[in-house]
Ligand binder design. Structure first.
Ligand code: MIC
Ligand code: SF4
Length: 755
């Protein structure tokens, strides 16, 4: 079945005209990114050129996707927006709440029982408002979107940072907070600063052990976790077209780890093959009809330096397999250097567990290449040294790999197959012994490896690699094993070498599935009741946040000055906390518990300025709230990196934090703060971070004349009676200032619909 074919036809019917209009106003050949963006202007045909990195632009995305952990908040907000039905095709995917422990069946049954209330809520809201619902077990949002909804030249937003995965099928797909999704589902425009453009030219061809994953691991090493901020990464060149569509998806997926707004590839034969094999020959035929518009103008790829803000070139023929980590996805080490690096840094080299799958790497191709290595275990008389797990990305893939015998090969090496869900990737992994907090190493094909992410153990060193390399390292049980050069000793004591992986881009006999797990919404949902039990611990209807009081904010207490990396995992942890994603007050008990306090280097231990005592961050903040005192959070570089979860913005808002002042922000988090009526500020002089003292009370001045481009003044009242004044920049435009004044963007939508 092809979903929303009429919508795709409409987009394609307008596409050539829109691209031509854009080329005229921009006055030069266009990149693919520009074509898709200009073809999705809210206003229709372009009448002016927008300045990259500067102009705020209103867009009209074609669709919205939400995963269960973020959909709860997105839909709780949408329910307040006063709409009967979503304005664009939208879907909900149940993938984040399933704990990986025993095996897929047992784990799924347990999750369906444990999270029944949440699943029922999501199913009934979906049914009521015309949203497609993918049941638990159907698969991970991004894989399901790629298989069913993504289309070349389309534009979508999703409440998950890895929504960008759909760039593999030539989309502009962007991760957002739930409030943004709520806007688009309510029929409003979606605003984004016109991104800068990074071009990545891929020459040569992948071979041997190198995989698409290595392209993005390498790019992450070059650009770092901040390098893509505010930019779209567009890949091109012979290396791009020679790669599979799902491989392109992997590269785009992990573009979230460099902070990129999104990544994309031009339409090519690999995308057409993928569309056909996933039952969408119609879409492929439509895309063929406008193919020159679904890639950049030829001048652009011939002279990329003239059209992109930055150009990187990677020769795939020379690309080495990489391992990125530990604790950050941009610490890239080519496998040949691992022995040296591990010894130098004291990384534990014994691999305890190899995990493949996730939304990043669970295509048929990935699994078939990994299985070609698993097969060699028996053939070469080896024994797998580490534990090994697989989380298939969708039921379509799982069913097909089972049919093709791959799962039984994995079974022979003792692998565990978890449910088609996020599982260990998001800390939903009941790993035996993790509570002992022993120092240990795991390797996985996921995208993130922040401390504690997979198993909650701060001493787990997690390294990211291609599924092929993960499989080889699990077989060897050794992080420093270089399959290109090293041999293993088999059961008979002989030295054997693994042959390089091989596999299939797509299943030779086609995909198959019995029940993909989709539930269509009611044609007329007006009589569907959505019930939220007021006594529920997992769901809570939202109360609107109060409007700004109309004055400067004075006497804000410093809640915490966070030191170093402060991702959304540090601000609002996942794992066991995922169960409270629909209950703002309960989840607020994890506020910033992972952030390191600059003054004592401890986590979750800050001074309460009212009592002088040290206590957990949420308790301290609740004390300020009870006393009617506002507070401020101070942070370092790239604050809020990682996830799209708006809980990281709503929790401080709910508990009475008024402003977040940092050296720099990650894009989605900065927008989330603005949407929820918070002040998201950056130090005009980054050195002023050092001026913030533990017992500071801080005034924010200039709010009564809050204007775009004009810094605010902050007065730091130190405990010794001295004061210092510093400047804070902001990136609010007129509209966003209105959100601040109204108390949240949603308060404005609500008023509009009520009026
Ligand atoms: C993640 O990979 O961190 C998540 C869990 O998918 C998040 C979304 C969430 O926090 O629910 C993301 O990447 O946006
Ligand atoms: Fe799920 Fe992990 Fe993908 Fe996030 S990155 S959507 S947690 S599989």
């Amino acid at each position: 079945m092809v979903f929303d074919l009429e919508m795709i036809k409409k987009v394609y019917a307008n596409f050539p005209g829109r691209v031509n209009a854009a080329r005229k106003v921009v006055g030069r050949p266009l990149t693919l990114t520009e074509k898709i963006l200009y073809a999705h202007l809210w206003q229709g045909d372009a009448t002016q050129a927008f300045e990259r990195g500067n102009s705020y632009v209103d867009f009209a995305p074609d669709r919205v996707a939400m995963q269960d952990a973020t959909a709860q908040m997105a839909l709780l907000q949408f329910m307040q927006a006063g709409r009967d039905k979503v304005a664009v095709p939208s879907t909900v995917h149940c993938d984040h709440l399933i704990v990986a422990k025993d095996d897929s069946k047992t784990d799924l049954v347990r999750a369906v029982n444990e999270s029944k209330e949440v699943y029922d809520f999501l199913a009934s809201v979906s049914n009521k408002y015309g949203i497609g619902f993918w049941k638990p077990g159907a698969g991970i949002i991004h894989q399901v979107v790629l298989e069913n909804y993504a289309f070349p030249g389309g534009m979508m937003i999703g409440t998950d940072s890895h929504t960008v995965n759909a760039g593999g099928l030539g989309m502009i797909a962007i991760g957002v907070g739930g409030a943004d999704a709520c806007d688009v589902m309510s029929g409003l425009a979606w605003e984004l600063k016109m991104p800068k453009l990074i071009g990545v030219k891929l020459t040569g061809k992948l071979n041997g052990w190198a995989a698409p994953k290595d392209v993005i691991l390498k790019v992450a090493g070059i650009l770092t976790v901040k390098g893509g901020t505010g930019a779209v990464v567009e890949y091109f060149g012979e290396g791009a077209t020679s790669m599979s569509c799902t491989g392109k998806g992997t590269i785009c997926n992990m573009g979230a780890e460099i902070g990129a707004t999104t990544s994309t590839f031009g339409y090519d034969a690999s995308m057409s093959r993928y569309l056909q094999s996933t039952g969408r020959a119609d879409v492929a035929a439509l895309a063929d009809g406008i193919q020159e518009h679904l890639t950049a103008d030829p001048e652009v790829y011939a002279n990329p330096d003239q059209y992109f803000d930055q150009v990187i070139e990677i020769n795939l023929s020379e690309l080495e397999p990489h391992l990125n980590g530990p604790f950050t996805p941009d610490l890239a080490t080519p496998i040949s250097k691992m022995k040296e690096e591990a010894a130098k840094n004291g990384w534990p080299v014994k691999v305890e567990v190899g995990l493949i799958g996730s939304c990043t790497n669970s295509s048929y191709e990935d699994i078939s290449r990994a299985v070609s290595l698993a097969r060699q275990v028996a053939e070469k008389g080896l024994k797998t040294k580490a534990e090994f797990t697989i989380t298939p990305g969708s039921e379509l893939v799982r069913y097909t790999i089972e049919r093709d015998g791959f799962l039984s090969t994995f079974d022979q090496i003792g692998a565990k197959v978890f449910a088609n869900a996020c599982g260990p990737c998001i800390g939903m992994w009941d790993r035996m012994g993790a509570e002992k907090q022993e120092k240990n190493t795991i390797v996985h094909s996921f995208n993130r490896n922040f401390a504690k992410r997979a198993d909650g153990n701060p001493n787990t060193y997690a390294f990211v690699a291609s599924p092929e390399l993960v499989t080889a390292l699990a077989i060897a049980g050794d992080l420093t094993f270089n399959p290109l050069t090293d041999t293993l000793i088999n059961e008979k004591g002989e030295q054997v070498k693994l042959d390089p992986p091989s596999g299939y881009e797509l299943p030779p006999t086609g995909f198959a599935v019995e029940d993909a797990g989709y539930q269509a919404p009611a044609a007329d949902g007006s009589s569907v009741q959505v019930i939220v039990d007021p006594a529920s611990k997992r769901l809570q209807l939202l109360d609107p946040f109060p409007a700004w009081e109309g004055t400067d904010l004075k006497g804000l207490k410093l809640l915490i000055k966070a030191k170093g990396k402060c991702t959304t995992d540090h601000i609002s942890m996942a794992g066991p906390w995922l169960k409270f994603r629909g209950h703002l007050d309960n989840i607020s008990n994890n506020l910033l518990i992972g952030a390191v306090n600059f003054f004592n280097e401890k986590t979750d231990t800050v001074q309460n300025q009212l009592t002088g005592e040290y206590g957990p961050v949420p308790t301290t903040q609740r004390a300020y709230k009870a006393a009617g005192i506002g507070s401020i959070v101070v942070g370092d570089e790239n604050y809020g990196e990682g996830s799209s979860r708006e809980h990281a913005a709503m929790e401080p808002r709910h508990l009475g934090v008024r402003a977040v002042l940092v050296k720099s922000f990650a894009r989605i988090h900065e927008t989330n703060l603005k949407k929820q009526g918070m002040l998201a500020l950056t130090f005009a002089d980054k050195n002023d971070y050092d001026k913030i003292r533990e017992n500071d009370s801080i005034d924010i001045l200039g709010l009564t004349s809050f204007r775009p481009g004009q810094p605010l003044q902050l007065v730091l009242h130190h405990a010794d009676g001295s004061t210092e004044t510093i400047l804070a920049n902001h990136s609010y435009n007129e509209q966003q200032i209105e959100w601040f004044k109204a108390g949240a963007a949603l308060n404005i939508i609500r008023q509009q619909f009520a009026g």
